[in-house]
Design a protein around this ligand. Structure first.
Ligand SMILES: Cc1ncc(C[n+]2csc(CCOP(=O)(O)OP(=O)(O)O)c2C)c(N)n1
Ligand SMILES: [Mg+2]
Length: 819
């Protein structure tokens, strides 16, 4: 199915100049009379109160970090505290007009944003809803603590609740907003639209974009703001997120009813510093941060610089930009000018900047300016403002006392595996929303008509291979799993490079283009970080998503998104969020050093990921079905060597009906008594060849086990086999050094030591670059390597003459040279 976007050479070759929009800088014109009318005195004073709350909260933390005591309460806080003293107006102004439907994602310096959005939510929520939120969140754990503290009414109680929930989280307490699993840099509170804050600079940009995508696809109200620092403008994923959000297709190809571009606002909290580096004048070249919008789309992202020292200027900008976003004309960029008086962290002596500069900004301190504004316009007296300050300090003292008390605010119980229990949600969900899935064709008229008609097993009655094009293949088995879930779960979307018209890089999605509207299956930019990062945001906003990276070699481009985001947010949320995200990646061959690596070990090492690698069409469908009904993040490895292969091992063939493979269970592919061979991935077939030869030439019966799963992995079958055979060799296409097989070898050695007649041997690819296709056999494990390794290291085979080097001496030589 082709697109209808004509590329006209006459147009492309025409002489012209490009013009660009102008970018307003600090365009807000204060008008006291209009502001009084718009907000009313009480709300204008509340803005002051909220700013002061943040200032006092951060000052308290600063004192605790530096002196270990605040108002007579002693506490040693081991963790970080990146304070935003000086930046309060930017946070409070932003939150003012935001509703519960609006999400904010933030950074390592987001305490102020959490509090500001909480105060804004509390002011908008009725007492009943407030109580219900506090009662239901994490079983009311934080509420139980704050109920013991003084409060005038429900609103007052809720203010105590958010101060306490945030502080207890910063102190790593089980009663904190994220059960103490997030801490200072990652605290958040989804019921108020306060989504994960990220300690990876710029990390929120693509995740927030994914949450905005979720809102569009699932017709949810609200906008999403990514709060990131000015120095984050140097991060690749931030650029990837901005261009993803600006894709033309939202307006050119997607159904207009979806509403246009995702409602995402990239808000740079521009305090003019990274830690000590200065973007303007030193580490970047943009001059004015807002200029970045010019590089992204014709609207220059509706970019503006706004005065973050005036909360009303910020509130005004958010209100105006919300309209742009609601109309589907995003993304929006705001360059919110602010300044932090505090160091990057309390231990920072600010040696990289002049005191005179800090003094200049202090002279314009928004808290002082805004207090004067309130008094000058008759909204509050000095005495009233002082009383607010006194109340805040008294309240913070009370909250601090509760948050440090271990009896009231315990840590999670480390004696039981509490953190282990948070690593996976282990849920199952047929669908993540009740509505009918949007499709263009009845399922019965899809490509299933062809695949279901094919032979489901690759061998005929005589055991002879059937023509491959007449059999359902590994790629088609994956397709069958994908289409099943697309027609069951209305929230499910899939994207990646060449996912739509091309049919997926390796044609797994062929036929899906006809079935699905653009917003459920689309081509992404070549932005691996944004592909995975937006998928993380989509999943944690509540949708099911399948992202694809053409080759697993490209995981490096999405390293942070896979290792720090996809893997961690379930646990870091204290089990509040789920991550129904399947990342399909393929292990290549024939394309040389940067397209032929098996990188299973990289993700096996990262806690929080389920890792699967089917080696047969039966498993391809059954394991993808499993992954697509779960609620956990899965890295789903596939082998390009296998895409075109039919099922030849599972005698039932690939069932036409729905089925799942049991999580973590290896499959015994051939029974044997003398030796166990365990494989991961396509090496299975070489192991089977080796097993044939061992039987024919050496009268040895090998049991061949396909691990299928890397994490979780139930070792029971493998150990049982090793106890029976006493010998085991492990093989996969991953480079030998650091391969997951060594973890497996060590586990087997420890669990079956007394049953082993020889060492556990590992056969991996060479610790080289993968050479061109013509030389590949010298790189990937071959049948001969397996047999020679058995002969050299486990069991001498009578009369065997080795053809490859697998001896202990050779192992030592290779290790000595590091190859
Ligand atoms: C990817 C990444 N690189 C480096 C760091 C270390 N680091 C933490 S904060 C920071 C400066 C960030 O500056 P900016 O984005 O302007 O935010 P600000 O601290 O000013 O709020 C750096 C370099 C990090 N956390 N993540
Ligand atoms: Mg900064």
């Amino acid at each position: 199915m082709t697109k209808a976007i004509l590329i006209d050479p006459a147009e492309m070759r025409r002489t012209d100049v490009l013009t660009a929009p102008t970018i307003p800088l600090n365009a807000y014109v204060p008008n006291a009379a209009a502001e009084t009318q718009k907000y009313g005195a009480a709300n204008l004073v509340r803005i002051y109160r909220d700013m002061l709350f943040i200032r006092a909260f951060e000052t308290m933390l600063d004192q605790i970090k530096r002196e270990g005591v605040y108002q007579g309460i002693a506490y040693q806080h081991k963790g970080p505290a990146h304070l935003s003293i000086g930046q309060e107006a930017a946070a409070v102004g932003q939150a003012y007009h935001l509703t519960l439907d609006d999400f904010i994602f933030g950074s390592h310096r987001s305490h102020g944003e959490i509090l500001a959005k909480s105060f804004s939510a509390i002011a908008k929520l009725g007492n009943h809803d407030l109580m219900q939120t506090m009662e239901s969140y994490l079983g009311g754990a934080a509420l139980r603590v704050v109920e013991r503290l003084e409060a005038d009414d429900e609103q007052d109680l809720a203010i105590n609740y958010v101060l306490y929930g945030t502080l207890a989280e910063i102190f790593g307490r089980a009663t904190g907003f994220n059960q103490g699993m997030g801490g200072s840099m990652h605290a958040f509170f989804p019921p108020f639209g306060i989504m994960p804050n990220n300690a990876i600079v710029g990390g929120s940009a693509d995740i927030a974009t994914g949450a905005a995508l979720f809102k569009r696809v699932n017709r949810q109200p609200g906008i999403v703001i990514a709060n990131i620092g000015d120095a984050a403008a140097g991060c690749g994923p931030v650029w990837e997120a901005m261009s993803f959000a600006a894709m033309d297709q939202f307006r050119t190809l997607w159904d207009p009813e979806i509403g246009g571009n995702p409602p995402i606002l990239f808000n740079f909290m521009n305090n003019f510093y990274g830690m000590g580096g200065q973007p303007v004048g030193e580490t970047m070249g943009f001059g004015v941060l807002a200029r970045l919008g010019l590089g992204v789309n014709p609207e220059a992202m509706h970019a503006e610089r706004i005065d973050g020292y005036n909360p009303l200027a910020v509130a005004d900008a958010v209100e105006r930009k919300r309209k742009v976003l609601a109309a589907g004309r995003g993304p929006v960029l705001l360059d919110t000018v602010t300044y932090r008086f505090s160091g990057h962290s309390p231990s920072d002596a600010s040696a990289y900047r002049e005191k005179a500069e800090i003094d200049l900004w202090r002279e314009q301190d928004s808290l002082i300016d805004y207090a004067q504004y309130l008094q000058h316009n008759g909204h509050a007296t000095a005495a009233q403002l002082a009383a607010i300050g006194a109340d805040i300090q008294q309240r913070l003292t009370m909250i601090l006392e509760a948050a440090v008390a271990l009896d009231l605010s315990p840590r999670v119980n480390m004696l039981i595996d509490s953190i282990g229990a948070l690593m996976f949600s282990n849920g199952v969900a047929e669908r993540l929303a009740a509505r009918e899935p949007e499709v263009r064709l009845p399922k019965t008229q899809s490509r299933l008509q062809t695949t279901l008609e094919k032979a489901r097993f690759g061998l005929d009655e005589a055991g002879q291979p059937r023509p491959k094009q007449k059999c359902v293949t590994y790629a088609e088995a994956l397709f069958e799993a994908m289409i099943h879930r697309f027609y069951a779960d209305p929230t499910m979307i899939a994207y990646g490079e060449e996912n739509r018209d091309w049919g997926g890089a390796f044609s797994v999605y062929r036929g899906l283009t006809e079935c699905l509207p653009y917003h459920r299956l689309f081509n992404s930019p070549i932005s691996e970080a944004a592909i995975v990062g937006t998928a993380v945001g989509y999943a944690l906003a509540g949708g099911r998503v399948v992202a694809e990276l053409m080759y697993c070699d490209f995981m490096g481009r999405a390293g942070d998104e896979i290792f720090n985001q996809m893997a961690k947010w379930q646990a870091m949320s204290g089990g509040v969020l789920t991550m129904p995200l399947v990342l399909r990646v393929s292990v290549g061959a024939k394309y040389g050093a940067q397209h032929s690596q098996d990188w299973t070990s990289l993700v096996a090492h990262i806690p929080g990921l389920k890792v699967m690698f089917p080696a047969t069409p039966y498993d391809a469908k059954g394991m993808l079905n499993l992954a697509l009904r779960g609620t956990d993040p899965v890295i789903f490895f596939e082998s390009q060597r296998l895409y075109a292969e039919p099922e030849t091992l599972v005698a039932t063939g690939v069932p036409t009906d729905y089925y799942e493979v049991e999580l973590g269970e290896p499959a015994v592919r051939r029974a044997g008594a003398d030796l166990t061979i365990v494989t991961i991935g396509a090496t299975l077939y070489r192991a089977l060849e080796a097993a044939d030869e061992l039987a024919q030439k050496y009268n040895l019966s090998a049991e061949v086990i396909d691990a299928r799963f890397i994490n979780p992995l139930n070792y029971a079958k493998i150990i049982e086999s090793v106890k029976k055979t006493g010998r085991v060799i492990l093989a996969s296409d991953a480079c030998e050094r650091g391969s997951f097989l060594h973890t497996m070898a060590s586990t087997i050695s420890q669990l079956a030591f007394y049953h082993l007649d020889g060492p556990v041997a590992v056969v991996g690819a060479r610790n080289w670059i993968a050479p061109p296709a013509e030389l590949e056999e010298a790189f990937f494990p071959q049948k001969e390597w397996i047999i020679d390794t058995i002969h050299e290291r486990i069991l001498p085979l009578a009369g065997h003459v080795v053809s490859t080097e697998q001896s202990g001496t050779e192992m030592l030589r290779r290790n000595r040279l590091g190859v």
